[in-house]
Design a protein around this ligand. Structure first.
Ligand code: DAH
Length: 441
């Protein structure tokens, strides 16, 4: 993997020698928003990905993501007030460049957890990455003393290419904490914590999650009451967005930062669709961030999936459209109005296959498709609609390994000519040869 990135000319344009720093000449750097970062074996962020920074679709007027964001914020503003003021504060402009401590360590994500893999995240270097989820800000906001808050923004993940996946998407994440006086206002005899846990000396107690119903430090009453509140609040949100008739179900889940954990699914177009993850925040996270006498719930949801379902938007790339034919469809004065997206028109698709022999150092099992997808995005840009692994082949005699991908091209706003697609396709072949040392078949 390291070798791939080091020899990768596609990525070389962002890795340049730092002319003015005092670092040794051989140090490569990555420049992001006028800031220079030292590059290393982890660096895999591409110029294309860097170019999405600052687009803030969730804050752009008439963007469907922004409308759904506002509807969610309104629901929380309306549902929770403290002496007439909203109880939740909203953070929608936090920097997406975070440390591995924020994105993983603070959330108890183990060092060998698959979500840390280079093949899944965009790393600036081994200590810094483009946040992979909004939960990355949970600890810092708790540490600053907040108790009820929403974190909204763009998140980055390396993934396949199709109509529902884009390397940048948007999430709303939330935390609601309660002290005993709030949670058990009507039952002062009940406690949040088991007697063995002393909030004044939290480190004397080893919190465990072996009991599926609760963390060992919490009482069952506190956990169950929080669970009921969490589920009610989230069903209320789904009703506010989709209407009261929507069918839903809860599915047990696992997240390193919550216990117990659940996913909420809604029945949409004849399928169960997962809309969010949630749970009771691990007490270790609260204790190390400050509030050692509270219990909290948290949840995270993706805005694209909700917006696509609510407005029947067929392709995730449309969210990035600046075309007025798209945006004007969402220009309603009433953000709760029912809007159904009408395709302006559908332009034809061009399909080209790419097949290559892998170098002897790689096999059909070790070649990282996500590396290839990033290269296709870098060269092809947003006219790439889908990339599919079509065939894996090992030659019976030479034992050489070969892969074949289908690349579907479609422009959302005009017809592409086969000649221009061929040119892009050739450029992708050339870049693949340089980046991965493959031989086109
Ligand atoms: N961060 C998770 C993800 O991106 C979603 C999530 C699950 C967020 C549970 C939460 C939570 O705050 O409590 O998949």
């Amino acid at each position: 993997m390291t070798i791939i990135f080091r020899s990768n000319r596609v990525f070389a344009c962002i890795l340049h020698r730092c002319k003015y720093s005092t670092a040794p000449k051989s140090v490569s750097t990555v420049q992001i928003n006028q800031k220079e970062f030292v590059a290393d074996d982890y660096t895999n962020v591409t110029p294309k990905i860097i170019s999405y920074l600052g687009r803030n679709l969730h804050l752009q007027k008439d963007n469907p993501l922004s409308i759904v964001r506002q509807r969610i914020v309104n629901y929380f503003y309306k549902s929770f007030t403290l002496r007439g003021n909203p109880a939740f504060s909203v953070y929608d402009n936090l920097s997406p460049i975070v440390t591995t401590k924020q994105n993983f360590d603070d959330l108890l994500i183990p060092l060998d957890h698959p979500s840390r893999a280079k093949s899944d995240c965009y790393y600036v270097n081994k200590d810094v990455l483009f946040r992979a989820h909004m939960t990355a800000h949970q600890s810092e906001l708790l540490r600053s003393g907040l108790d009820n808050f929403l974190m909204i923004g763009d998140v980055y993940r390396r993934d396949e290419i199709d109509s529902t996946h884009f390397p940048v998407f948007h999430q709303v994440d939330a935390v609601r904490t309660q002290r005993k006086e709030e949670l058990f206002a009507d039952h002062p005899d009940l406690e949040i914590f088991e007697p063995a846990f002393d909030p004044e000396n939290p480190h004397k107690f080893t919190n465990t999650i072996t009991d599926p119903s609760k963390q060992s430090c919490h009482t069952l009453e506190a956990t169950k009451l929080m669970e009921a509140q969490l589920k009610n609040h989230l069903i209320g949100l789904v009703h506010a967005l989709f209407g009261k008739d929507v069918k839903h179900r809860w599915v047990e889940a696992y997240f390193p930062f919550t216990h117990p954990s659940w996913e909420l699914e809604i029945f949409y177009e004849n399928n169960w669709m997962e809309v969010l993850g949630c749970g009771i925040v691990r007490n270790e996270i609260l204790v190390s961030a400050g509030p050692n006498n509270s219990i909290a719930y948290a949840f995270g949801l993706g805005l694209e999936r909700l917006a696509m379902a609510l407005y029947k938007i067929p392709d995730i790339r449309l969210m990035w459209s600046t075309d007025s034919g798209f945006l004007t469809q969402f220009q309603e004065k009433d953000i709760d109005a029912k809007i159904t997206y009408k395709p302006v028109s559908s332009y034809p698709q061009c399909k080209n296959d790419i097949s290559f022999w892998l170098p002897p150092t790689l096999s059909i099992d070790t070649f990282m498709s996500n590396d290839f997808y990033d290269l296709v995005r870098d060269i092809g840009g947003d006219i790439v609609e889908q990339v599919k692994l079509k065939d894996k082949f090992v030659h019976p005699k030479t034992k050489k390994h070969s892969l074949c991908y289908s690349i579907m091209y479609r422009h959302l706003e005009r017809t592409l000519t086969q000649a221009e697609v061929n040119e892009v396709h050739k450029a992708i072949e050339k870049a693949a040869v340089e980046a991965f040392n493959v031989v086109i078949r």
